[in-house]
Write a protein that binds this ligand. Structure first.
Ligand SMILES: [Zn+2]
Length: 461
């Protein structure tokens, strides 16, 4: 569910939740770090390939949280191999067991990714070749009281604290998964995208959507996704609410109903947010008001748009639709999250138009948070356009979320060739070349906060 490999690279991502301060820079500040109160990880799940239930009541001060989780998969696998399938506690599990029942203790000899420290703090740290810093973490009353770099190589001891020697285990913040589609997760067994193209993904979406009118179906799959997310260390998850703008009101109701139930069910351990998307041009229609009002009636839901390929649409028209979306967002004081430039067409650069629209909206006083998802075609623009968009987004305070697992395949799996929008027949062998990623490094260098998210999990995309 979570892109674990990117966990440490999620730039400036808030420990607690991007609901409170999306991708804020306040990660590690000794003494003030926000800490999850629960450690929702049930070690009995380790012997199971996928969790079907999870104990949400395992209460531990943060800490643990920290999450060890990155290690869990590999250590579990290793142990199973070594012991012929018999479960044997791994190193981190033994450490973790020593913290059970305690609210104050020290995790000594852990390694923390340098990426989670503020620049002024990390500048004078000893960082190893893997980007990790040896630290001791003091937990007081379930909250991180201090994270100190181990400079003497020894284990700090105190008669007051129980000290747990973690033998170099990696400790990372829990994940904020900023872009997912839980409504249609796990639908691939019943509805495959055999060509791996966007065209077929759209078609498959359409053929599966009538099933989303059954709230039990949507809830069951969202529930499984949420369990997996919690199990693997996610603290906050944002899901796009596919179907919430369906022409069938029963689909809308089922999607919102399932979302509300999931949000409530997991509220103690997982912040669940939703995005109420509408195809961008529809924001100029009358139905947009009802769509936006319905979104505003549900806690934790923001407004969104599937921008689509704007290459053949006059920029003024695209601008008008974006203005309409932002007008509703300002009216309801809601944040905005877009699917934008998710294409392999170099003629498409809706982000440039978005900069113009958001600039006007900011000037008019709109202060909502704005997340742009995908942004694939930015990497196909000329250098001047790329620089313009990067600097504008930084100035306007927008966030960019890349979804590599989906876009590495979807934008050039088998389907396109230079110029990139030309399709290649399925029976023609060809190695993918352009992989659909946005300019993460350039955006970050320009001052834009960037992150990577899971996006689609076992659906048609
Ligand atoms: Zn998406």
């Amino acid at each position: 569910m979570t892109l674990e490999g990117f966990g440490a690279n999620v730039c400036n991502c808030s420990f607690e939740s991007f609901a409170m301060s999306p991708f804020s820079c306040s990660l590690v500040d000794h003494g003030t770090l926000a800490v999850p109160k629960f450690f929702p990880f049930d070690p009995t799940m380790l012997s199971k390939p996928l969790p079907t239930s999870i104990s949400l009541s395992v209460c531990l001060g943060l800490s643990a949280a920290a999450a060890v989780l990155a290690l869990h998969a590999s250590s579990c696998k290793k142990n199973n191999n070594k012991t012929g399938g018999k479960k044997k506690p791994s190193r981190w599990q033994l450490c973790w067991a020593q913290t059970l029942g305690r609210n104050s203790y020290q995790l000594a000899n852990v390694r923390v990714p340098v990426a989670v420290f503020r620049a002024e703090v990390s500048a004078c740290m000893n960082v190893d070749q893997e980007g990790l810093v040896e630290c001791n973490i003091t937990i007081q009353d379930g909250t991180i009281a201090a994270i100190e770099e181990r400079t003497d190589g020894g284990t700090a001891s105190s008669s007051f604290w129980t000290t747990v020697d973690c033998h170099g285990c990696v400790v990372i913040p829990r994940f904020a998964d900023a872009h997912t589609h839980l409504v249609k997760s796990q639908t691939v067994p019943r509805n495959r995208n055999s060509t791996g193209t966007m065209t077929e993904a759209f078609a498959a979406d359409g053929s599966d959507e009538p099933r989303w009118a059954y709230q039990e179906d949507v809830f069951r799959r969202m529930d499984f996704a949420a369990k997996c997310a919690v199990h693997h260390g996610t603290r906050t998850i944002r899901t796009h609410l596919d179907g919430c703008s369906s022409p069938d009101p029963s689909v809308q109701q089922a999607v919102y109903g399932a979302f509300d139930n999931i949000r409530e069910k997991y509220s103690a351990v997982l912040t669940v947010q939703g995005v109420a998307n509408l195809y961008l041009p529809l924001w100029m229609t009358l139905e947009a008001t009802q769509h936006a009002d319905q979104a505003a009636a549900h806690p934790n839901v923001v407004l969104g748009a599937y921008v689509g390929n704007t290459a053949d649409i006059p920029p003024a028209e695209t601008l008008q639709a974006m203005d309409a979306l932002l007008t509703h967002a300002a009216r309801l004081q809601l944040d905005v999250d877009l699917h934008i430039d998710e294409s392999n067409d170099p003629r498409c650069c809706a982000m440039k138009v978005w900069c113009e629209s958001l600039k006007k909206s900011r000037a008019a006083g709109y202060q909502g948070r704005v997340v742009l998802g995908h942004c694939c075609t930015l990497s196909l623009q000329d250098a001047a356009t790329q620089a313009f968009v990067c600097t504008q987004l930084a100035a306007l305070g927008a966030y960019v979320v890349s979804n590599p697992l989906t876009n590495l395949g979807l934008q050039d799996r088998q389907g396109s060739k230079p110029p990139l929008s030309l399709m290649i027949p399925n029976d023609q062998s060809r190695t993918p070349q352009w992989r659909g990623l946005t300019l993460l490094q350039e955006l970050r260098a320009a001052g834009v906060t960037v992150a990577c998210a899971s996006d689609n999990v076992r659906d048609q995309w």
